[in-house]
Write a protein that binds this ligand. Structure first.
Ligand SMILES: Nc1ncnc2c1ncn2[C@@H]1O[C@H](COP(=O)(O)OP(=O)(O)OP(=O)(O)O)[C@@H](O)[C@H]1O
Length: 699
């Protein structure tokens, strides 16, 4: 019954009608009673107290005062007229000021009559004033329904123009809540309500709009935020669960010769605890009978490659092939060389397939792949071509998932009836909180420990005016046999200017260091030229690499120990961190020097300070998320995270963790929500699924 009422088009609510309904739909996406109730205030004005004029402070925020206007005058100013009223109470005098709407005010304001005024005060010329106060006659004030805390709803210019003020929305909200009789169906189970001491749903919905006190508001918000995040998590976890039930995977339960020989005889170092844990998680997945869909996150240089290789051995040991796909030619070649090196002395047959593989080699690879002579194939997008047919692909590893879409991932496994296991590796740290929401349908492994003995990169911030000193330092490092990167920003909108900066920089470096060889790499070069320059640097034929951010991802030159980032204030935090990850990969002490001018915004300062303070990618990602909000992070746009109505993915981190915990607990005990006590969850969930939205969780 309440369900039907909540579906009612907003047009039929008292005080709305067709015109307003049209506006509410267009401006606020409010079409039904339910939508209106789900439209939450973004702040509240605390009107619990009254101020006297002599109590006002210069930094008072919004205040409420009772007094009367004793005089009204128009003051001419250069910038236009303003209307000024003398307002007094029994303790003092202040001014009320209007810059517009004079005619209406003059005609309607009553002199010498008590008013309640509300607004922000300023201190000007030895007197307090309040511009454009909200005013209400004391006689009306007593009559009108009010709550101690007044909700302030998000609004738009159009709504204000058409007279749908905050007050109007409040009236509509009162009306709609009255009509529901506050009889909302429960949507959580009694255990959760009990353990978290949640207030009843009706109380939460009433108090979030018209809080009776700060305390009740906090409780109302907690309950609604929890509920919102809980259902997001239920949905993601169920998707994961269904996937596992539905999509069968190869059951790789054998650990055989490849894995064991490598582990016992060829492992070049001891695995870190984190690497061991992750390998175990992957083994568990591959032997579970369901298809693995795992995201492996590891900070730059944390040792993901070896984890990838050992996972491939598991596939090989069970008689299957494996592949590794990387976003660029350079990275594919690098992976190929790295894996060939690691597999020296083993019988593993490893091939490389990229866009520049010659036709004859390509034919050979196609053939050997189909008859099973290739164990591991490494490459770029070229792996996705129709001609590439595996005999039996058991595991596909995808490096840097941001560059490959989900559709492309799927393309890899359309080739098989049973899909291969999928391991996505990324060095882009995604804050755990966000990862939980974004990739709830992937399982996540994190390598959160660097190999021992790694010297953290020393990071400093230097102003452009100190450039000569920085150059002197560079020289010393190169003389010790090291190589250096100098990176310039390349941002699309100002590509031309950036290109000029890069070239100017290149020339000044060539002048400064005539005795050294310099490579240059930027986005406008042909791929073959880029590879050639890169290759010279990798082989240490050049000492200095001048580049734009194209070198950001994954390049591994252990001998490079200095990274200079020019105009560092123009880079995002995660980008700076990725760039810094290009050094500190060898045994030598490495340095990252962030160069900027003197003029810096607060955000830039925070970014630079964060970089100099920590090397931890996850910590950096958290700061990044706080600075930019989730909107800018890759993938969030499609994920719906931004459509949260009341919770905030950054600020409500701990509620998110709680929601995740309870959603997991409920589904673990009762995957199909069939138990009696979970009926409210089941009902709420099916309504959400039916409405194709998880956000309208109000029953
Ligand atoms: N357990 C370990 N002990 C010592 N060295 C290790 C260990 N694991 C990996 N390494 C070495 O650390 C370096 C970085 O490893 P790897 O290239 O796999 O990192 P990554 O996670 O792929 O980083 P990036 O994303 O920056 O490429 C390599 O030279 C590798 O040989």
């Amino acid at each position: 019954m309440i369900q039907n009422l909540l579906q009612t088009p907003i047009e039929y609510l008292k005080g709305v009608g067709p015109n307003r309904a049209e506006l509410l739909k267009k401006e606020l996406n409010i079409e039904t009673y339910r939508d209106l109730i789900n439209f939450f205030p973004n702040r509240y004005i605390d009107k619990t107290g009254f101020y006297k004029i002599n109590q006002l402070q210069q930094n008072s925020s919004e205040v409420q005062i009772v007094g009367k206007i004793v005089h009204l005058k128009t003051v001419e100013q250069k910038r236009g007229k303003r209307l000024v009223a003398d307002f007094i109470d029994d303790t003092g005098r202040m001014e009320l000021v209007w810059f517009r709407g004079h005619k209406w005010i003059k005609e309607n304001l009553k002199l010498n009559t008590p008013y309640v005024i509300f607004g922000k005060t300023n201190w000007y010329n030895g007197l307090f004033n309040m511009p454009h106060p909200e005013m209400e006659l004391v006689s009306d004030y007593k009559k009108n329904l009010r709550t101690a805390m007044q909700p302030v709803y998000p609004s738009t210019e159009m709504l204000a123009k058409k007279g749908i003020t905050n007050r109007v929305i409040m009236k509509l909200m009162q009306e709609v809540l009255k009509q529901t009789g506050l009889k909302f169906s429960e949507s959580l189970n009694p255990e959760i309500i009990d353990e978290l001491k949640l207030i009843p749903k009706a109380d939460a919905l009433f108090n979030v709009h018209f809080p009776k006190s700060q305390e009740l508001l906090a409780k109302a918000q907690f309950r609604l935020k929890f509920e919102e995040l809980f259902f997001v998590q239920i949905q993601l976890l169920r998707k994961n669960l269904l996937h596992k039930q539905k999509i069968k995977g190869f059951n790789f339960d054998k650990i055989g010769e490849n894995f064991n020989t490598f582990f016992q005889e060829h492992l070049p170092f001891d695995l870190t605890g984190a690497q061991k844990r992750v390998i175990k998680e992957i083994r568990g997945d591959m032997g579970s009978g369901a298809q693995m869909n795992r995201l492996l996150q590891g900070d730059v240089g944390s040792g993901k490659t070896i984890v990838g290789l050992m996972s491939m051995f598991i596939a090989l040991d069970n008689g299957f092939q494996a592949c590794l796909m990387a976003p660029t030619e350079i990275l594919s070649v690098q992976h190929y060389n790295g894996l060939v090196e690691l597999c020296k002395g083993l019988k593993t047959s490893i091939y490389l397939l990229t866009g520049s593989t010659k036709a004859s080699k390509r034919r050979e690879i196609h053939e050997k792949l189909e008859n099973g002579e290739i164990d591991i194939l490494i490459g770029t997008h070229a792996l996705l071509e129709d001609k590439v047919k595996f005999k039996n692909l058991g595991l596909a590893i995808i490096d840097e998932q941001h560059r490959f879409g989900v559709a492309q991932r799927a393309k890899l496994w359309k080739k098989n009836i049973i899909p291969p296991h999928i391991l996505v590796m990324t060095a882009t740290p995604i804050p755990r909180t966000l990862a939980m929401s974004l990739y709830g349908d992937l399982d996540i492994s994190v390598i959160d420990e660097l190999p021992p003995g790694r010297k953290p990169v020393k990071t400093v911030h230097r102003f452009d005016s100190n450039r000569l000193k920085v150059f002197r330092f560079l020289k010393e490092e190169i003389q010790k046999g090291r190589q250096v990167y100098i990176v310039y920003p390349l941002i699309q909108e100002s590509e031309k200017m950036d290109y000029k900066d890069l070239m100017d920089g290149y020339e000044s470096i060539a002048r400064e260091f005539p005795e050294y060889q310099i490579s240059i790499v930027h986005g406008q070069m042909k791929p073959a030229d880029k590879d050639y320059e890169m290759d010279r640097f990798v082989r240490a034929e050049t000492q200095i690499m001048v580049a734009t951010t194209v070198i950001e991802v994954g390049v591994n030159v252990p001998n490079a120990s200095v990274m200079i980032i020019e105009s560092a204030e123009r880079f995002g935090l995660s980008q700076l961190h990725q760039l810094r990850g290009r050094v500190g990969r060898g045994a030598e002490q490495s340095y990252c020097i962030l160069m900027t001018g003197h003029k810096l915004s607060n955000d830039s300062k925070t970014r630079l300070e964060t970089m100099t303070a920590t090397n931890d990618g996850f910590e950096i990602a958290e700061v990044d998320l706080k600075l930019r909000g989730p909107g800018d992070l890759m993938g969030t746009q499609q994920s719906g995270v931004l459509n949260l109505k009341i919770a905030d993915i950054v600020k409500d981190n701990s509620i998110l963790q709680t929601a995740r915990h309870y959603a997991g607990k409920v589904l673990k005990a009762d995957p199909n929500l069939q138990e009696e006590h979970n009926l409210p969850i089941k009902n709420a969930y099916s309504r959400l699924v039916k409405n194709k939205t998880i956000w309208n969780y109000i029953s």
